[in-house]
Structure formats: structure tokens, C-alpha cells
Design a protein around this ligand. Structure first.
Ligand code: ADP
Ligand code: ZN
Ligand code: MG
Length: 623
């Protein structure tokens, strides 16, 4: 079942919401209100009419008149205390005031208020300050640049090597194939001379590909730990900085350090954050990410293959990566980090339950059986949750009930992310994959089945049947193409035979089958009715953009092509169905085995088939 399942995009770690900006805004507000209070207090302690009546009564001694206020003191005879009593009132437009003051013989003076500072503050400093704050706020949101402007460049985010990592391959379980492949990298880092003396070229870049939580980061650290070399680690999203040139300068800096510390490992996590296909920016132009990527490519090409620096990288979306990254001399080696199967999950549980006091009745094997599709991180999470639950219940040991509850919790989270398939789905997938595998096994020209799996693979499918060609092929015959279509249809047919119903999981298979049939008719002249003729030059893609050249045949021919394509599919379908109907008991048996073990390897399948075939030898030749 090659149904595409979109992995939820791994969200970049959220920054804690930045409160600082609010502090600054509040401070600015307080400052504004304070200064306005200081510079022009509104109103006063008496009203203007009171002031006038005091004036009339002759009790005002002196006053100062500013543009907005009248401040003054009252005559001594009115003093109840030693202190001179002062008053302030707001000034109103009163042309007779001066006359009255003179009539009462009050000392008065105008006062030129010095508002220069005030004006300067309000017309210059404050707007600039606010503008600056907004600018910082916006860019903080956009680029995540922290720290002040002065600190960007080289010193900031300087990447130091971690030495003496305590991880080893023993901390990683369930992904043995990936471990095996990386063993060579460890060997090289440990004894580079052994390789270089022979003139061998060591892989420069290793790309770990796998679903989130399958242990890619852990694996990279384990390689460094096993080899005992320094480990430079940075995540792609950290590279992407706000200020142009910072990402690129970081790359340069890191490689510079690494060469000095060789042999060592540079690990770039979440490569997709910088390694997205260039030129996908609709507005065009270089952005920061692109510059960083370019710098990375330059650096990777820059030092020799045997400089002793191995660049490891991890991604869960290899399909988005710029093809330039995958060229020889760059990340030319790709290691798939699969979801663990039953045994793998058990092994991972063993590792993570080491430090946890488990109850005697806890059976890790049955936990592994309960958790199909879980990755290492999920399993680690389960053990941890269970331990927390047990602690909350003041238990001495972690029991099965806590673990089951923890599984439920983790599963609920995963179900939302669509990573877990239910029992019924699992059954459908198992029959579907066995359908592919059986058809492939009984056709002469079909590629050998290497592995059948219903461990959902994060990147693409719920299950898969891996076929490997036994030799390189440059030409394919009509029979081979037809048999290939048969294999693609096998999954769907198995579902029909067993469940009398079909699922959406075959979409990708059907697409591929139709594509082959269409090519047979249009390009290879393999249709009896339309004869030896091609109907469209093969799509030459120009720089990766599919450029359709338009049809070079009539509507009528188009219709005939469709009819012919359908005929090929229909004929093939009948043959494949016949084949599978005959093998129905075998299909059921095989699917049962698959459901139990989740994975069937090549030799296991061969043994099964040999045993089944012993009685009746009938090679069905679909042709
Ligand atoms: P990834 O980088 O693939 O997203 P990590 O390496 O960050 O996954 O895994 C997160 C954690 O999950 C690890 O620190 C480890 O505790 C646990 N884990 C994941 N995979 C495995 C594994 N295969 N074996 C043991 N522990 C694992
Ligand atoms: Zn399929
Ligand atoms: Mg990771």
C-alpha cells in the first residue's frame, strides 16, 4: 500500500513568547504619562474663579504666569502655618487679569517655559524609540534573531564541539540496518589512515532519512561517541538567521573549526530547513536560506574527501531537498532510518526501561506488540510517562497498568497526527502487501521480493513490498511490463478477494500501473491496435520543470489511446486476479504471518513458498 501519508511538519521549537517587548512598551507608556505630568500638569489645586476671588480679597501675594498655569503664594496674614501657602491654577484667557493684579498690587512675573527638552523628547527620541522597538519586534518574529545588533556575526552562535559524547551504538536499537551502514563511518573516523593509505575515498556526507523520533539525532551522536571524535551540531533552523550573511558566516566558521579538529563530525539536524530546493521562492531573488545553502555547498566541496571531517545530516523530508545536496561528493550516502519492527521496539523498550524499576509482571514483548508504528521517541515517552504515573500513585514499581495507560496517552497524541493505524487497517494493509508479494513471486520476470513490511514508513506508505531487480536493466520487454503491472494490481486484487471491498490505499499502485500501460501505448508502440508508432515525444523535463509540449495527435487517436490503455489494464487485471484466486489459501496464510511479525524477509518468504509449493507445482505464466 503506497498511500502517501503526510508526516505532520515537525514544528520548530517554539520560542517562549517574548515578554520583553511588553515591558518596554509599558515603560514607555509610564514615561510618557509621567513626563506629561511633570511638564504640564493639568488643572491645579484651586479653580480659576477661586483664584479670582482670592485676588479680589487682596490675599494674593505674588504670582508667576506661564503659558498654561498661574502659580502663586498667598499673603502672610492668611498663613496658618509657617510655610507660605502656595496655589496653582490653570490659566484661562482673561485679558483683564493684568489690570486686576496691578490694582491689587500683586507682584507678578511672566515665565518663559523651557520646552526644548520636552519637545526634543517627544518629537525625536520617543518616535525613534517606538520605531526601533517595532522594528525589533517584527524581526524577532520573522527571523528569530536574538541579542542585540552588535552581537551578530561570528561570535554569536559560535558552535563548539561536544567532546566525549557518552552515546554509543548500544543506546540505539531497532534500526540495525542503519547502524550497520554507519559502522563504516565509525571505522573511518577511528582509523582514517587505514583507508587513506589505500587511496580510498571516504563518504563526505551521510544523510539520515527517517520519520521524526526514529533516532536520527541519537544515531549521529552515537557515531561520534563510538569513534570518540568531536561532534559539532547545529540544526538547520538555527542557521536561518535574520541578518543576511550570518547563516553563511556561521557555516564558514563551523567548517573552519571542524577542519582544525579533524577527525570529527559535523551534524546538521533538520537539513530541510536550509536545504529546500532553491528557486522555489516565488518572489525570486536570493534569500538568506539560499545563501546559507550555497555556502554549505561551497564548504562541502572545499575540503578534500580525506580531510577527516564527516558531515552527517538528518531530515524527515528528503523529497524537498535541493538535488545539488545529493550529488556525489556531498550527501551522496543516504541511510534510511526506519520505524522499528516488533523486535526493534522490544529492544528499544529494554534500553529505556533500564533505569526504571519495572514490576515483575511487565512484559516488554507484549508492549512492543501493542505499539505498531511507534518510533523510538514514542517508546521512550511511554516508559517515562508510566514512571511518572507510578510515582504519582506512590507505587514502588512501574506496573503493566501504568504502561498501558501511558500507551493510551501517547497513542491519543499520535492518532491526532495520523501515525497510528488501527487493527482493521493493519489487516487490510497486510493482505494488500501480500497480494503484491505473491503476484511478484509467481511471475517469471518480476523482480524478487526482498521484504514485505506493514510497519508504516513515515515518509511514504502504510506498508510496502520491496522488490529489487537481480541485475541492471536497460531494456524491458512487453511481457515484463505487463507483469510489472500485474504486481502493482496485486495489492488491490488481494483486498477485493478477501474483503470483497477495496480501500483507498491502492491509489498510488493504480497510478503507477496506468502510467506503465500508457507508456506502452504511447511511447513504445506496444499496442496491437495502434501499432508501432509513438504518439508523443517523451517528456523532456527542462530544469526539472515539466514542460508539456502539447499533443501531436487527434482527439480520435486520444480516445483510442485511452481505450488501449484500459484494455491493457483490464487484461492484466484478469490475469493477476486469476493468479491470486488460485493462491487464496496461501495469501491468507502469508498475511497471517505478516500480521504477526510485521516484516517478512526474503528468505523467510522463500521458505514459505517452497513449503507451500511442495505439493502442487504450477508456475502460472501470465502472458
Ligand atoms: P529524531 O532525530 O529521528 O527525530 P531523536 O534521535 O531525537 O529522533 O530521538 C529522540 C529520543 O527518542 C532519543 O533521545 C532516544 O531517547 C529515543 N529514541 C529514538 N529512537 C531510538 C532508538 N532507535 N533506540 C533507542 N532510543 C531511541
Ligand atoms: Zn500497494
Ligand atoms: Mg532529531
Amino acid at each position: 500500500m503506497d498511500q502517501q501519508k503526510k508526516e505532520p511538519k515537525k514544528e520548530p521549537a517554539k520560542k517562549p513568547f517574548n515578554l520583553q517587548i511588553w515591558y518596554i512598551l509599558i515603560a514607555a507608556f509610564l514615561f510618557m504619562s509621567l513626563s506629561s505630568y511633570l511638564f504640564n500638569p493639568v488643572g491645579g489645586n484651586i479653580s480659576y474663579s477661586e483664584f479670582k476671588s482670592l485676588l479680589k480679597d487682596g490675599r494674593v501675594d505674588s504670582c508667576q504666569i506661564t503659558s498654561s498655569l498661574i502659580k502663586g503664594t498667598l499673603r502672610a496674614d492668611d498663613l496658618r502655618s509657617e510655610k507660605k501657602q502656595t496655589f496653582v491654577t490653570a490659566r484661562v484667557d482673561d485679558p483683564d487679569l493684568v489690570k486686576e493684579l496691578e490694582a491689587q498690587g500683586v507682584q507678578y512675573a511672566g515665565n518663559y517655559e523651557n520646552t526644548w527638552l520636552q519637545q526634543f523628547l517627544f518629537t525625536w527620541i520617543l518616535p525613534i524609540g517606538i520605531f526601533f522597538l517595532i522594528w525589533r519586534f517584527v524581526f524577532k518574529k520573522m527571523g528569530g534573531a536574538t541579542g542585540s545588533i552588535m552581537s551578530f556575526g561570528k561570535s554569536k552562535g559560535k558552535i563548539y564541539a561536544q567532546e566525549d559524547l557518552k552515546f554509543s551504538f548500544d543506546d540505539v536499537a531497532g534500526i540495525d540496518e542503519a547502524k550497520e551502514e554507519l559502522q563504516e563511518v565509525v571505522e573511518f573516523l577511528k582509523t582514517p589512515h587505514k583507508f587513506t593509505n589505500l587511496g580510498g575515498r571516504i563518504p563526505k556526507g551521510v544523510l539520515l532519512v527517517g520519520a521524526p523520533g526514529t533516532g536520527k539525532t541519537l544515531l549521529a551522536k552515537a557515531v561520534a561517541g563510538e569513534a570518540g571524535v568531536p561532534f559539532f551540531s547545529i540544526s538547520g533552523s538555527e542557521f536561518v538567521e535574520m541578518f543576511v550573511g550570518v547563516g553563511a558566516s556561521r557555516v564558514r566558521d563551523m567548517f573552519g573549526q571542524a577542519v582544525q579538529k579533524a577527525p570529527c563530525i559535523i551534524f546538521i539536524d533538520e537539513l530541510d530547513a536550509i536545504g529546500k530546493t532553491r528557486g522555489s521562492n516565488p518572489i525570486g531573488g536570493h534569500d538568506e536560506r539560499e545563501q546559507t545553502l550555497n555556502q554549505l555547498l561551497v564548504e562541502m566541496d572545499g575540503f578534500g574527501a580525506n580531510a577527516g571531517v564527516i558531515i552527517m545530516s538528518a531530515t524527515n523530508r528528503p523529497e524537498t531537498l535541493d538535488p545539488a545536496l545529493l550529488r556525489p561528493g556531498r550527501f551522496d550516502r543516504q541511510v534510511v532510518v526506519d520505524r522499528p519492527d516488533l523486535h526493534g521496539r522490544e529492544a528499544i523498550l529494554v534500553i529505556h526501561s533500564k533505569g526504571v524499576k519495572l514490576d515483575k509482571n511487565v512484559n516488554l514483548k507484549s508492549i512492543a506488540a501493542m505499539t505498531p508504528g511507534f518510533v523510538g521517541a514514542d517508546l521512550a515517552n511511554i516508559i517515562n510517562e508510566a514512571a511518572l504515573l507510578a510515582a504519582r500513585r506512590s507505587k514502588e514499581t512501574v506496573g503493566m497498568s501504568e504502561i498501558e495507560e501511558a500507551i493510551e496517552r501517547v497513542m491519543a497524541g499520535l492518532e491526532k497526527k495520523k501515525r497510528i493505524i488501527n487493527k482493521q487497517e493493519k489487516e487490510i494493509v497486510a493482505y494488500h502487501e501480500c497480494g503484491h508479494a505473491l503476484v511478484a513471486s509467481f511471475l517469471k520476470t518480476a523482480d524478487k521480493v526482498k521484504k514485505i513490511s506493514i510497519v508504516p514508513r513515515g515518509i511514504a506508505a502504510l506498508g510496502y513490498t520491496l522488490q529489487l531487480p537481480t541485475e541492471d536493466r536497460y531494456l524491458m520487454t512487453k511481457v515484463e511490463l505487463i507483469e510489472r503491472i500485474c504486481v502493482f494490481l496485486g495489492g488491490r486484487i488481494a483486498e477485493e478477494i478477501i474483503f470483497k471491498d477495496v480501500s483507498t490505499g491502492a491509489q498510488n499502485d493504480l497510478e503507477k500501473a496506468s502510467e506503465i500501460a500508457r507508456r506502452m501505448v504511447k511511447y513504445y508502440g506496444m499496442s496491437d491496435k495502434l501499432g508501432i508508432m509513438t504518439f508523443e515525444p517523451e517528456n523532456k523535463s527542462f530544469l526539472g520543470y515539466g514542460m508539456s509540449t502539447g499533443k501531436e495527435y487527434s482527439e480520435e487517436t486520444a480516445r483510442e489511446i485511452d481505450v488501449e490503455v484500459k484494455k491493457i489494464i483490464d487484461d492484466t487485471y484478469t490475469k493477476a486476479r486469476e493468479l491470486l484466486e488460485n493462491k487464496k489459501p496461501m495469501l491468507i496464510k502469508l498475511a497471517k504471518i505478516l500480521m504477526e511479525n510485521e516484516v517478512i524477509e526474503e528468505d523467510e518468504l522463500r521458505k514459505f513458498l517452497d513449503k507451500e509449493k511442495e505439493g502442487k507445482i504450477d508456475e502460472t505464466n501470465v502472458n
